[in-house]
Design a protein around this ligand. Structure first.
Ligand SMILES: NC(=O)c1ccc[n+]([C@@H]2O[C@H](COP(=O)([O-])OP(=O)(O)OC[C@H]3O[C@@H](n4cnc5c(N)ncnc54)[C@H](O)[C@@H]3O)[C@@H](O)[C@H]2O)c1
Length: 309
């Protein structure tokens, strides 16, 4: 199967491409950033998702069996025109190219951000059927992306599937929610780190697991649902700090306040039954992922790996 990944040089894309290659797929990446070493073996073409002529050229020339759009601005700080062009127009260009060329199945990344604050739902897991209560620029764009996909499905029968990753974590994460990442990577580097709230809640999921989710759903011809939440491991920053200290007892992780973060936290209880039941997804224990991240940082900084203990 041939897969065209737009945004393939990024945090998730560079993990997804090796998985596709390992199972014998042909992978082509289109990105404005150069291809990272991890994606060696995939074809690369420079292209801007905001330019329809570049997207349609890539899709028409590649004729992929699957098209995956990961190109996005993760954050809500960009001027409206700049963010819109990448997040909304870029997505539109991908869906329109998929329709025109007749790509059998297109995937895109939505986000847990569509749900907004957990407090809207009380202390219960949020499902893909729940109302989308996000309000920030990033969340609003993701909510609209889900509508764009629905519009294409309804009007043109285009097969488009959204994946809503939770708080993706990994040693090289740069954008989006990074407090849960720094809570692991700073101590692994021997650096102190501090956060406003010990009880701030997160739902981290390792980037390798998210790449695996994209790989599995990519293999499907016509998934049963339009949107799938990855879910993750519900944890407070205080609990994460304690987990890090199991491996690095002297970790200097400080909190300015014991409470006050939970009610301000985004969606942290997520029902991912759809994904588990249809795609048999099972995540490694989160403690093992924390150790994996610590050891990735240690390898990068010339330190010996720590044992699981
Ligand atoms: N990382 C997370 O925690 C997280 C959580 C939920 C959802 N997501 C979603 O998953 C997707 C991928 O996330 P990521 O963490 O890999 O992001 P990333 O920023 O690491 O990767 C995005 C890639 O898109 C490329 N890109 C940016 N502008 C482009 C353009 N105009 N044309 C072509 N390529 C362009 C970038 O060069 C980069 O390689 C995004 O849609 C993101 O919103 C990520």
């Amino acid at each position: 199967m041939k897969v065209l990944i737009i945004g393939g040089s990024g945090f998730i894309g560079r993990r997804l491409i090796p998985l596709l290659l390992a199972r014998g797929d042909e992978a082509v990446s289109m990105d404005i950033a150069p291809p990272p070493a991890l994606t060696e073996g995939a074809a690369f073409r420079r292209g801007d998702v905001r330019q329809f002529d570049e997207v349609i050229a890539a899709v028409a020339e590649t004729r992929p069996d699957r098209l995956v759009n990961l190109a996005y601005h993760i954050g809500s700080d960009l001027p409206p025109q700049v963010a819109f062009k990448l997040n909304v127009l870029g997505m539109q260009n991908v869906f329109e190219a998929a329709r025109l060329v007749g790509v059998p199945h297109t995937l895109y990344a939505s986000s847990l951000a569509v749900s907004g604050l957990q407090s809207h739902f009380g202390e219960r897991p949020v499902t893909e059927e729940d109302p989308r209560r996000g309000t920030l620029q990033y969340a609003m764009h993701k909510i609209f992306n889900e509508f764009q996909a629905q519009d294409y499905r309804e009007k043109h029968g285009t097969v488009i599937t959204g994946i809503r990753p939770a708080n993706v974590t990994g040693p090289d994460k740069l954008f989006g929610s990074v407090d849960h990442v720094h809570c692991i990577t700073a101590p692994a580097r021997g650096q102190p780190v501090s956060f406003p709230y010990r009880d701030a809640m997160r739902c981290p999921v390792h980037v390798d697991d998210v790449a695996e989710v994209f790989a599995r759903v990519t293999a499907a011809e016509r998934p049963k649902h339009a949107v799938y939440a990855t879910g993750g491991h519900t944890i407070s920053l205080g609990e994460l700090a304690a987990m890090v200290r199991e491996f690095i007892p002297g970790a200097e992780i400080r909190f300015e306040h014991e409470t006050g973060g939970r009610e301000k936290s985004g969606n942290y209880l997520i029902d991912n039954r759809r994904l588990v039941e249809e795609f048999g997804v099972q995540y490694a224990p989160f403690r093992a992922r924390v150790l994996q991240i610590i050891n990735a940082v240690r390898a990068e900084t010339g330190q010996k790996p720590l044992a699981a203990g």
